[in-house]
Design a protein around this ligand. Sequence first.
Ligand SMILES: [Zn+2]
Length: 77
Amino acid sequence: MTDLHCAEFVEMVTAFLDGALDPAAERRFVDHLALCDGCDAYLHQIRATVQTLGDLPPGDLPPETRATLLEAFRKLG
Ligand SMILES: [Zn+2]
């Protein structure tokens, strides 16, 4: 069982949005997304935030913004 933990998922989100995950990692990411409502909601939040910020690439998400999202994610969990 190579179950992906939510904390790992959070770490992988920006790489996923950048298309920077290798195929195996991306598969684990997507598998987790299908199983975990919290992470599904988190990904939606990240995407909404990225759109709000404009055309910033997800990898350039400011650390403060990322911290805020991580905090929001903890409340969801
Ligand atoms: Zn999760």
